[in-house]
Ligand binder design. Structure first.
Ligand code: NAD
Length: 272
């Protein structure tokens, strides 16, 4: 039985994750601990009642050191996740990371921790979106030669990073497929630009408002046709269920000390 801790249980994703772990059909994983910010007023509260899934007898605690677990699912903040990764690496715990907004240096730190313990890290844990990443490679290969490529994303008004981690990942998939450097070809705003569009750029547009869970469209616009790849998340449960699938998969990956750095393509068996 794999004992699973969820960090940030009072958050939007944290509550959905608790529900998804409890509802998991697999008998080999079990929620064992719930962690929340040390200054939270919810410390000591039963996490089942917090997540509206019924009493579980698991009180919310303030740190991983107080938690009994084999695998951590972490959708919190950059600072909290980086600190949790260090704890997990030092204490031989597997970790599924969904937090977004890391710099390249921070992503490298996460990848390095994968040498010590098995990690799944994905900016979007939705199974449907990960299939979109996969399809996008083929679309880019076929359509990019005479298309302008734009990525349009919409999220709820509380989201703090932009463009979204998923939009950036879509851009990386396209750039990697086409042999372009995303740092050089990405265009994040066009105010003040008075020249025609450069075909080799990848444009990003960010929309924030209301309670939109997460919409992403990749637009390939050429002379005479437009092709769009669109994914719309209607509930956070899609990310939570994907994270639980990642936890189940990671729990069965080899010995902890062998490490391993994976994403959802590995979890879903989509890697070529
Ligand atoms: P949120 O603000 O609702 O929740 C974050 C929670 O983490 C809060 O309860 C906060 O108190 C808690 N927290 C902060 N510091 C902590 C600490 N040191 N210890 C324990 N808990 C701590 O945010 P959210 O909407 O749930 O999103 C969380 C993260 O997940 C964001 O980075 C978001 O972009 C990302 N996200 C990823 C996916 C995905 O599929 N990978 C999907 C949705 C959201």
């Amino acid at each position: 039985m794999l004992k699973v801790a969820v960090a940030g249980v009072a958050g939007r994703m944290g509550r959905a994750l608790v529900q998804a772990v409890v509802e998991s059909q697999k008998s080999n994983i079990k929620l064992s601990a719930a962690v929340q910010h040390p200054k939270s007023s919810l410390l000591g509260v039963d996490v089942g009642e917090l997540a509206a899934v019924g009493r579980l007898g698991i009180p919310v605690v303030a740190s991983l050191a107080e938690a009994d677990f084999d695998l951590l699912v972490d959708f919190t903040t950059i600072e909290s996740t980086l600190s949790n990764i260090r704890y997990c690496a030092e204490n031989s715990k597997r970790i599924v990371i969904g937090t977004t907004g890391f710099t390249e240096t921070q992503k490298q730190e996460i990848a390095n921790a994968g040498a010590q313990v098995p990690i799944v890290f994905a900016a979007n844990m939705s199974v449907g979106m990960n299939l979109c990443f996969h399809l996008l490679k083929q679309m880019s290969e076929v359509l990019a030669v005479d298309s302008d490529i734009e990525i349009i994303e919409t999220h709820h008004r509380h989201k703090v990073d932009s463009p979204s981690g998923t939009a950036m990942r879509l851009g990386e998939v396209i750039a990697d497929t086409l042999g372009r450097d995303l740092d050089k070809c990405a265009v994040y705003g066009r105010e003040g630009i008075t020249e025609p569009r450069d075909r080799d750029t990848i444009g990003f547009a960010t929309v924030r408002g209301g309670d939109v869970v997460g919409d992403h469209t990749v637009l390939f616009a050429s002379e005479g046709e437009r092709v769009e790849l669109t994914h719309k998340a209607s509930s956070r449960m899609t990310f939570a269920k994907g994270a639980v699938r990642a936890a189940e998969w990671l729990g069965e990956r080899g010995p902890i000390e062998s490490g391993g750095y994976y994403d959802m393509e590995d979890v879903l068996g989509l890697r070529a």
